[in-house]
Every structure is written in structure tokens, then in C-alpha cells.
Design a protein around this ligand. Structure first.
Ligand SMILES: NC(=O)c1ccc[n+]([C@@H]2O[C@H](COP(=O)([O-])OP(=O)(O)OC[C@H]3O[C@@H](n4cnc5c(N)ncnc54)[C@H](O)[C@@H]3O)[C@@H](O)[C@H]2O)c1
Length: 322
């Protein structure tokens, strides 16, 4: 199979691209090399270098922006992929809220450009759209399955849900087979979006405290990046996954305090402190992964404690402690 992966040099994209290439697929990574975090804090250049070192002999890397429909269409036409996986986005809620115009340009118009290119060119096996657990908004029940109401409470969740709606509309109207994937709180070496896991690992290794808000009670379905990548790979190949939506997570929410303790286990000198929060985030928790398990055998393998240990060891091994 040949894959064209928008955002293929990103955190999740680089793991997915490597896995697919190792399985014998041809992979083209189409990426604009965007990062929305202050470079002094994100460690983006070192992290990107680490990703590219591991990718460069396995995938074709194309610089391109999904906002530029002409360039995108020409790149897809030249690559002639069987499957297009669309990961490019303003990928994190805090930044999507801060940069709504970019969220509109990339998450909405960019998705439309990928779908339009596929409609014009025709002949693809599948479009894999990357959504998010943020489409659910506040969880009304747990584990939240794929039929849970979708009532996002922010720009990020809103744009991700719009992308799902467009994906389904193009599927119905133009016959583009699709699979929609909703990941949650993905972590591991290679993240440069300063999500809580990166922040904690980074602070622990720099001797700074790990700040948990409201006693770290918030519960999140943290998912190790290799499990996420494997879920994408399985879903993209499964015939049963055509025109279906899946949660791809660990399936077991853990508290932010559990996360801080897992980091402390891996870096014993780390210190944990607590503060009151002043921000609004959806109330989340465990997502049901039964559908992905039963339809294509998805089975996450990595506990939070193991995943954090791998993360810390990989950062130390790559000497990207900043
Ligand atoms: N990491 C998570 O916890 C998580 C959870 C749910 C959903 N997601 C979704 O997964 C996808 C990947 O997230 P990630 O964590 O790997 O983030 P990332 O920032 O590491 O990867 C996104 C990639 O897309 C590229 N990109 C951004 N704008 C682009 C554009 N206009 N044209 C082409 N490429 C562009 C970036 O350069 C980057 O390489 C995103 O769609 C994100 O919303 C991530």
C-alpha cells in the first residue's frame, strides 16, 4: 500500500509513518513544519531532528501546506497513494483557542482541501481523518463510546467535529471511503506541543516542580504514542473500519496526579506541587475502545507507568534534555 500522510513528520505522524514503512508500505509525509509553542519552551528543533533522523530513510518527506490546495493536489497526484491519512492540524486545544484563524485555515479549510483533492483525483482506497476526544465536550457518561453526544466546548473540539462532518458528507456525496479516529492525550518521546506529559517529563529532568492543578484530580485517557500509531495502522487497513468512527485510546483514564507520580517513579528527584486551576477544560475520563477491539483487534499494550518510563529513557538516550 502507499500512504500519503499530512502532518506525517509530527509527533503521532512520525510514529505512524515509521510503523507503516516497517510493515513494507510506501509512505509520503506531507508536512508544513508548523509548531505553535514558543520554541524556547517546546524544544521543537531538537525533537524534530530526532523524528527526522528516524524517518528520513523510511519515508519520502515533502514540505507542503494543506492550506495551499494547488500544491497539495499536485503532491497527491504525483504520489498516487492508496490511503490518505490526515493528521495536519493546529493540534492542541489551548493553541486552537489562541489562534482561531489558523484553526479555521488548517483544521477546516485544510481538511476540505484534502477531501476536494481526493474527489478531483479519484481512485483512493481510504481517507483517514484524525479527530479528537474533544468532540465529546464534557463527558456525560463513562466509558464514553462513539455514540456519546458530540457537544464540543471550544474552538479545537468544534473544528475537529466540523472535519468529521465534512468527512462523512464527502463519503456520502462523492463515495470517498473514510475512517474517523478519535485519539486522546497521546504521550511519548517526540511530542513538542507542551502537553502536560511533556511538561512534566521536561520539568522533572530540569529539576523544576511538576504542578498539578486542583490536587491533580482531572482524569484523562492518556495513551502511549506507539499504541495510538498501531491503532491508526490497524484501522486504515481494516475493511470493517470503512465509514466508521473509532476511539483509539488506552481505554483507562488516569488522574493527572497518577501521571505526576509515574514521572516521579521514573525521575525520583522530581517534586510535585498543587495549585488551583483557572481554566476551563472539558470534563473527560475513560473512552470505550470496545468497537476498535472487536472490529480490528486493537489492543493497547502500554500502561502509563511503562509509557512514562520509555519516554524518560528515550529523552535521556537522545540527549535532548534542554
Ligand atoms: N497528541 C494528542 O494528544 C492528540 C489527541 C487527539 C487528537 N490529536 C490530533 O492528532 C493530529 C496530530 O497531532 P500531534 O500531536 O502529532 O501534533 P503535531 O503538531 O506533532 O503534528 C502535527 C503535524 O502537522 C503539521 N502541520 C501543521 N499545520 C500544517 C499545515 N497547514 N499543512 C501541513 N502540515 C501541517 C505540523 O508541522 C506537524 O508536523 C492532530 O490532528 C491532532 O489534532 C492529537
Amino acid at each position: 500500500m502507499k500512504y500519503f500522510i499530512t502532518g506525517g513528520c509530527g509527533f503521532i505522524g512520525s510514529y505512524l509513518s515509521r510503523q507503516l514503512a516497517d510493515e513494507g508500505n510506501k509512505v509520503v509525509c506531507y508536512d508544513a513544519f508548523n509548531n505553535y509553542i514558543d520554541p524556547l519552551k517546546s524544544n521543537y528543533s531538537n525533537t524534530l531532528a530526532m523524528r527526522l533522523t528516524e524517518l528520513k530513510d523510511k519515508a519520502e518527506i515533502l514540505r507542503g501546506d494543506v492550506r495551499n490546495k494547488g500544491h497539495l493536489l499536485r503532491a497527491i497526484r504525483k504520489s498516487r497513494p492508496d490511503i490518505v491519512v490526515h493528521l495536519a492540524a493546529v493540534p492542541i486545544a489551548t493553541k486552537a483557542n489562541e489562534f482561531p484563524e489558523d484553526s479555521q485555515g488548517i483544521n477546516l479549510n485544510g481538511t476540505l482541501n484534502v477531501l476536494e483533492s481526493m474527489r478531483e483525483l479519484g481512485g483512493f482506497e481510504r481517507f483517514v481523518y484524525t479527530s479528537s476526544s474533544f468532540v465529546y465536550g464534557d463527558f456525560e457518561y463513562e466509558p464514553a463510546d462513539e455514540n456519546h453526544p458530540t457537544t464540543p466546548i471550544d474552538v479545537y473540539g468544534g473544528t475537529k467535529l466540523c472535519g468529521e462532518i465534512l468527512t462523512k458528507a464527502y463519503g456520502k456525496k462523492f463515495g470517498i471511503d473514510y475512517t474517523i479516529i478519535r485519539p486522546s492525550a497521546v504521550y511519548g518521546a517526540g511530542d513538542s506541543n507542551l502537553r502536560v506529559t511533556q511538561l512534566f517529563v521536561q520539568n522533572a529532568l530540569k529539576g523544576k516542580p511538576l504542578t498539578v492543578f486542583d490536587d491533580g484530580a482531572e482524569r484523562v485517557d492518556f495513551t502511549y504514542v506507539k499504541d495510538t500509531a498501531n491503532g491508526f495502522a490497524l484501522a486504515s487497513k481494516s475493511k470493517k473500519a470503512v465509514n466508521e468512527t473509532f476511539n483509539i485510546t488506552n481505554g483507562n483514564a488516569r488522574s493527572v496526579l497518577d501521571l505526576a507520580n509515574a514521572v516521579k517513579d521514573a525521575v525520583p528527584e522530581a517534586k510535585i506541587e498543587s495549585r488551583e486551576s483557572d481554566f476551563l477544560r472539558p470534563k473527560r475520563g475513560t473512552l470505550s475502545i470496545e468497537k476498535a477491539k472487536s472490529m480490528f483487534g486493537y489492543e493497547p499494550k502500554t500502561s502509563l507507568e511503562e509509557g512514562i518510563k520509555n519516554y524518560v529513557e528515550s529523552i535521556k538516550g537522545n540527549k535532548i534534555i534542554w
